[in-house]
Design a protein around this ligand. Structure first.
Ligand SMILES: *[C@@H]1O[C@H](CO)[C@@H](O)[C@H](O)[C@H]1NC(C)=O
Ligand SMILES: *[C@@H]1O[C@H](CO)[C@@H](O)[C@H](O)[C@H]1NC(C)=O
Ligand SMILES: *[C@@H]1O[C@H](CO)[C@@H](O)[C@H](O)[C@H]1NC(C)=O
Length: 372
């Protein structure tokens, strides 16, 4: 840095030269020193507002003086402290006050280094093709929810990798934030309830359920799109088409016997720790279902109808802005997939098959999902 020549002894305008009369080297040193203090002042005044009040109070009284303060600011300032101020605003978002997408930037990469990885306190455990992805994407709008993007499959396929492997998959969270993951196969995994209970007896479980018949068809359609050589839906559904005996061992059918799977979970979790989200209502009334989920998780209702719009062409609700992107995120992304034409007789037979299980499920949950 160049210091412009200033008036010095001997020059015509030398009279009140004061500090500026120092030799250039010392002048530079002094300038640097002044800048250091200015920076320190700005840093302190600017950033300390977001520090924990305790730190703020201790700072100026520190007997070790500025050096101690500097050490505090540079070393002892725990990154964790900063976003503690990031409490949700006391009022629900105003109109047009949508959450900003959390795009990676210098600030967010700083935040990402903050907090710690925790085992999930809440899990979306099912069901496949129920709308679990949409629910998770909608929930990620909430500032107090941090969720793994991919499906960890820890409690079914990766349990032998241990809890530290599992924890390392989790995003960092700050105090008060909820860590979540979703793996839809947990709901039908025999060992999952005991294993999740061993991790956290108080874990909150969310199950997105949908009419088991449409779920089965959607499940089959997805498999068919990956493996076009599989037998027809009818062939897989029946053990014997003539007698109408249904093959309950076929996963597409088996997953929809919700009452049976739920019994397994109730051996380990009380009903009030399990929330059932209607996959149908998630489409017709996303903000209503999201309201129930936020209540269940003990969170403020931040996600409201203002976050959604309905795409009439698609026939599905979309998030105005999805978390981490500026593009809308819609339910029913794969709606374009052509469903195979399924014999209405087969559909009727399946409805009959599921009816008693559905009624049992309504009784157990105290909620009529209206599939019959
Ligand atoms: C479906 O089953 C029928 C008899 O039940 C059989 O003739 C036919 O080959 C099967 N089709 C496929 C694709 O498996
Ligand atoms: C289906 O059931 C009918 C009537 O019981 C029986 O005659 C037939 O052999 C069965 N078919 C198969 C493939 O099991
Ligand atoms: C609605 O969905 C259609 C069909 O997927 C798409 O082409 C269109 O861009 C969407 N519109 C909005 C506003 O999301």
């Amino acid at each position: 840095m160049e210091v412009a020549p200033l008036s010095c002894p001997g020059s015509p305008d030398a009279a009140p030269c004061g500090l500026l009369c120092l030799p250039p080297v010392r002048r530079k040193a002094l300038l640097l020193f002044a800048m250091l203090f200015l920076c320190l002042y700005l840093f302190y005044a600017g950033s300390c507002a977001s520090l924990h009040p305790g730190v703020l109070l201790q700072g100026p009284e520190d007997s070790k003086g500025r050096a101690g303060l500097l050490a505090r600011l540079l070393l002892l300032r725990p990154p964790l402290e900063v976003p503690q101020d990031r409490t949700p605003s006391p009022e629900p978002p105003d109109e047009a006050d949508y959450p900003e997408p959390r795009e990676p930037g210098p600030l967010s990469s700083f935040y990402n280094g903050a907090g710690s990885r925790k085992l999930p306190q809440a899990l979306i455990i099912g069901v496949k093709k129920g709308g679990t992805r949409a629910l998770l994407e909608f929930l990620r709008v909430h500032p107090d929810i941090r969720a793994v993007g991919a499906e960890p499959h820890f409690f079914d396929r990766n349990y032998d990798k241990g809890f530290s492997w599992y924890r390392d998959l989790m995003p960092r969270t700050l105090d008060g934030q909820i860590t979540m993951e979703k793996t839809p196969s947990y709901f039908v995994t025999k060992e999952a309830p005991a294993r999740i209970s061993a991790m956290a007896k108080d874990a909150k479980l969310i199950v997105v359920v949908r009419d088991p018949v449409t779920r089965a068809i959607s499940d089959y359609t997805q498999t068919l799109s990956k493996r076009p050589d599989i037998p027809t839906f009818e062939n897989l559904t029946f053990k014997n088409r003539t007698t109408g005996l249904i093959d309950t061992s076929w996963s597409a059918i088996q997953i929809g016997i919700y009452a049976k799977h739920l019994e397994n979970w109730l051996q380990y979790f009380p009903m009030n720790q399990i929330l059932f989200v209607s996959g149908e209502r998630l489409i017709t009334d996303p903000s209503g279902e999201l309201g129930r989920v936020q209540d269940f998780l003990g969170l403020k209702r931040i996600i409201t109808d203002k976050h959604f719009y309905f795409n009439k062409t698609k026939g599905f609700p979309c998030l105005k802005k999805a978390e981490g992107s500026s593009k809308p995120h819609c339910l029913g992304k794969t709606k374009g997939r052509t469903h195979p034409n399924i014999d209405q007789e087969v559909v009727q037979r399946l409805r009959e098959f599921y009816r008693p299980f559905n009624l049992k499920f309504y009784q157990m949950t105290g909620h009529n999902f209206g599939w019959d």
